[in-house]
Design a binder for this molecule. Sequence first.
Ligand SMILES: NC(=O)c1ccc[n+]([C@@H]2O[C@H](COP(=O)([O-])OP(=O)(O)OC[C@H]3O[C@@H](n4cnc5c(N)ncnc54)[C@H](OP(=O)(O)O)[C@@H]3O)[C@@H](O)[C@H]2O)c1
Length: 258
Amino acid sequence: MPERILVTGGTGQLGSVVVDQLVAAGERVRALSRKRRSGRGAQWAVGDLRTGRGINTALAGCDVVLHCAADYRREADAIRTLVEAARWTGNPPHLVYVSIVGVDRVPLGYYRAKLAAEDLIVNSGLPHTIQRATQFHSLVRAVFAAAGRLPVVPVPRWRFQPVDVRDLAGRLAELAKAEPVGRAPDFGGPEVLPAADLAKAVLAAAGRRKRVLPVSLPGSLYRAYADGGNLAPEHADGVLTFARYLAERPDPGALRYH
Ligand SMILES: NC(=O)c1ccc[n+]([C@@H]2O[C@H](COP(=O)([O-])OP(=O)(O)OC[C@H]3O[C@@H](n4cnc5c(N)ncnc54)[C@H](OP(=O)(O)O)[C@@H]3O)[C@@H](O)[C@H]2O)c1
């Protein structure tokens, strides 16, 4: 059993739920933020993974790091900082990295950065686990809520397998208590659904009546998604559906990410 677990990104969409679940399970949790914080039953550490400020101190005495922070422009730098700090402790913690299903199949800049971050971790020599997950419910909703501002909503002929952060947090809590496994089996949401159906559900939940128009587009990005590069249908491990997520968060017209 880990003595203490550090959750980076303890204020984020995923990280905040991870902190709550671990604390509720009686684990000793330290949560990292760039700002001074308190609450959630965790001990808080201030640190910045971009500059390294405060990270050695944050890691001290932790035997697991659940890396739930996201630095969308400097993903690999954050990993370099973590790896260096982990080595500095002299007793390297188990590093659990949250990645995305399809980082090796979908040609997006952020995905390339996530893949490079995975490589850094694999080659670091540290005990590690890499958990790839499909798109969060919140992201899928935000994308289609934004498109819903148009008079007709064009939607690519793609499919998504949205996952609830509460389900993923449960998996991460299990990984934190287990031995490092390297690359863990992917973690996906319970249903693979056409983008057009998801867009209609988002619009209906927001009380908007719009026409959804499925479209095909040229290019390698379109093709990668159309080929299901973002999906893990054989790992439909989440149980909380997109319909339930929308029902629980009736936030008409919202573009908020949570
Ligand atoms: N969104 C999706 O659909 C999806 C799908 C699969 C996997 N993932 C992965 O899941 C992870 C968590 O995503 P999320 O959406 O929960 O992230 P998020 O809500 O954007 O949270 C990111 C957190 O990272 C912290 N952070 C940002 N820059 C930092 C820095 N330089 N140093 C320290 N902390 C920093 C911020 O905390 P403070 O502001 O308090 O410092 C923030 O709360 C990411 O690795 C993401 O790639 C996301």
